[in-house]
Design a protein around this ligand. Structure first.
Ligand code: NAD
Length: 295
């Protein structure tokens, strides 16, 4: 059993913390937003008065914040100073690769251990304990974190050294964005050529164009009854989150001078989608904008 401080009890963090409690760990939470604190208390998770209080007695600190600035500010603003030497910091927010490396350096300089362990699988994966974790860090720290990650997730991949968990996440989501746009464009093109949605689905889902964006997240209602298109594009994975992840991809593309034309274009299209109607809709809803020539 570990003593865990779980900071950031939002859409993802609270169900993840609940799964750690279910697995028998002692969890103390903290969040800066009163509604999140209340929800955690209702779920039976004791909440500390501050982040520093939460981490003081912990063996492991897990952070699940909106963005990298929150992580760096919280690390520098008291968390690292308040934790006992040698505490393992597991950083699970989706942040830039270089922010993950900065957070790692700060943790090390303060005498702690740190891995980046971003997730995919969304709120449903967080609730069901079926998240995928992509981990960057040393073999030793990965091994120490593994039993905890297994309590929250199903597929846990050690991607390499510091920052490489975030690197894997950003690469995956860049592929996802490009493929979701390609599938949407194909359905709109098919409509204009007189092709039924079901007929296109029946062909592509068994052919070389097959991908998650059509077999699970099909952007038109009908062929995949559980896809967000059947519930007016309620997420799922919201456009704002895809736009955020593509912003991180663009940052990585520019820093590495990578010739990623499709990735750059996907970033532009999802930024426009999220700035318009798409912030709170599933990212597969970009098909509406493509159909109406709005992106
Ligand atoms: P969220 O906004 O619901 O939760 C984040 C929580 O962190 C908020 O409750 C906020 O108050 C809290 N917070 C911010 N600064 C804090 C601090 N200093 N101390 C304590 N609490 C603090 O966001 P979410 O949807 O839970 O996502 C969390 C992270 O996971 C993000 O980085 C996101 O990109 C990533 N992610 C989200 C999803 C998803 O489907 N929601 C999927 C994969 C990855």
């Amino acid at each position: 059993m570990s003593r865990i401080a779980f900071l950031g009890l939002g859409h993802m963090g609270l169900p993840m913390a609940k799964n750690l409690v279910k697995a028998g760990h002692e969890v103390h939470g903290f969040d800066v937003v009163p509604a999140a604190v209340e929800a955690a208390q209702k779920a039976g998770i004791p909440v500390a008065a501050s982040g520093a209080d939460a981490v003081a007695d912990a063996d492991v600190v897990i952070t699940m914040f909106p963005a990298g600035t929150h992580v760096i500010e919280a690390y520098q603003g008291g968390l690292l100073a308040a934790a006992a030497p040698g505490t393992l910091f597991i950083e699970s927010s989706t942040i830039a690769v270089d922010e993950a490396r900065t957070a790692h350096e700060l943790a090390l300089a303060a005498g702690h251990r740190n891995i980046d362990a971003p997730v995919s699988g969304g709120v449903v994966g967080a609730e069901n304990g079926t998240l995928a974790f992509m981990v960057g860090g040393s073999d030793e720290d990965f091994a120490a974190a593994l039993p905890l990650l297994e309590a929250m997730g199903k597929r846990i991949v050690h991607c390499g050294g510091t920052g490489l968990g975030q690197a894997a996440k950003v690469c995956n989501n860049m592929i996802l964005a490009v493929s979701q746009i390609a599938v949407a464009e194909a359905f709109v093109l098919g409509e204009r050529l007189g092709l039924e949605h079901q007929a296109l689905f029946d062909v592509v889902s068994q052919a070389s164009g097959q991908c998650w964006s059509i077999t699970t997240n099909c952007p038109v209602p009908g062929p995949v009854p559980t896809s967000p298109a059947n519930r007016d594009y309620q997420p799922g994975f919201a456009g704002a989150l895809m736009a955020k992840d593509l912003g991180l991809a663009l940052q990585a593309i520019e820093q590495t001078a990578t010739d990623a034309k499709m990735g750059r274009l996907a970033q532009q299209l999802y930024a426009a989608f999220a700035a318009g109607s798409g912030a709170t809709r599933d990212f597969s809803g970009i098909i509406t904008d493509i159909r109406e020539d709005r992106v």
